[in-house]
Design a protein around this ligand. Structure first.
Ligand SMILES: [Zn+2]
Ligand SMILES: [Zn+2]
Length: 337
């Protein structure tokens, strides 16, 4: 079958013909129906994030049709139905897993799907059965695929880490794939939202998706002078967003850092201490949160923006992402049989 593989030391994916995976005792096999393309893939290819010293199939936003179930798998699984993959691929048994933080599972021998273990840029994907979730009726494969990271990550950042609830004032910095979903999540949670980006057209999209007010990035501090937000979410993670984030958060408020644009960022210790600001990193999301996200989409509370392309053109789409030519989120689809 076709697979686009990460080869250590190479800056582009390698298209290969590899054997179709077979389910181990506790695995399932999905026939990929959609695979989301994420900025993290670029970081791994550029070696900014040292993730693996061995080759693997990339792609960590997966939706597929269930085609095989291992003999020791228990629970309800329906052949032919759509499932998504919870990419953190937790063990389910360690302390973090059993205390509601399975996104952070660090059990030995466990790799993230598509970021160490084989992922979704292929015709078929084998994963542990505990890492898949059935897709509620009515959600298209490309939407379900990107829900697993591009919607789940903002949901985890805003709801769980930011504690956003009705009436919370939220400033969203960066309106790319994740930020625009962040606006929708904040809206669904009942927040008052100001959103900011460098690109005017993204401000218009954010307003359409529920932002109450938008500001072009260069005007941010001037326009918002004297205001302070309960929660500021930095979906960019550059000096140009993280510095104003620390100035625009209220006393005792929370800055949630999601974006990974720059690998080292400055903290203002005086502001941090005097205002007792909480700076909180955010990593992906939990199995339970992914179920909640799928439910919110099924009920129409979130409408993730997605563009589609051909799975075999994954290299082309990564290049487009790198050069800023992707407006929302891209999900790649296999060619029709
Ligand atoms: Zn990602
Ligand atoms: Zn675990």
């Amino acid at each position: 079958m076709f697979a686009a593989r990460f080869i250590p030391g190479q800056k582009t994916l390698s298209s290969q013909d590899v054997p179709r995976p077979q389910a181990g005792p506790r695995d399932v096999v999905l026939r990929i129906r959609a695979a989301g393309v994420c900025h993290s893939d670029l970081h791994v290819l550029e070696s900014d994030i040292p993730i693996s010293s061995h080759p693997f199939t990339m792609g960590h936003e997966a939706c597929g049709e269930l085609v095989e179930v291992g003999p020791e798998v228990t629970g309800d699984f329906t052949l032919g139905a759509l499932y998504v993959v919870h990419g953190p691929n937790p063990c389910g048994q360690c302390e973090l897993c059993t205390q509601g933080q399975d996104n952070l599972c660090g059990a030995p021998g466990r790799d993230l799907v598509g970021l160490g273990a084989d992922g979704a840029y292929a015709e078929y994907l084998k994963v542990p059965a505990r890492s898949v979730i059935a897709v509620p009726a009515g959600i298209a494969p490309e939407v379900a695929a990107i829900a697993t990271d591009a919607v789940l990550t903002p949901y985890h950042a805003l709801k769980t880490l930011g504690g956003v609830k009705p009436g919370t004032s939220v400033l969203v910095l960066g309106l790319g794939g994740l930020g625009l979903n962040g606006v929708q999540v904040a809206r669904a949670l009942g927040a008052r939202i100001v959103a900011s980006d460098l690109r005017a057209e993204n401000l218009a999209t954010a307003e359409r998706l529920g932002a109450h007010e938008t500001v072009l990035a260069p005007e941010l501090e001037q326009r918002l002078a004297g205001r302070a937000f309960d929660v500021v979410v930095d979906f960019v993670g550059a000096e140009g967003t993280f510095a104003p984030a620390q100035r625009l958060v209220r006393r005792g408020g929370t800055v949630v850092l999601v974006g990974l644009h720059t690998l080292q960022l400055g903290l203002s210790s005086v502001a941090l201490i005097n205002q007792q600001t909480r700076v909180q990193g955010a990593f992906w999301g939990t199995h339970q949160e992914l179920k909640e996200v799928l439910q919110l989409i099924a009920e129409g509370h979130l409408q993730p923006q997605v563009e589609t392309g051909r799975l075999r053109d994954v290299g082309h789409w990564l290049e487009k992402l790198k050069t800023g030519q992707v407006r929302s989120r891209v999900a790649l689809l296999p060619d029709a049989d």
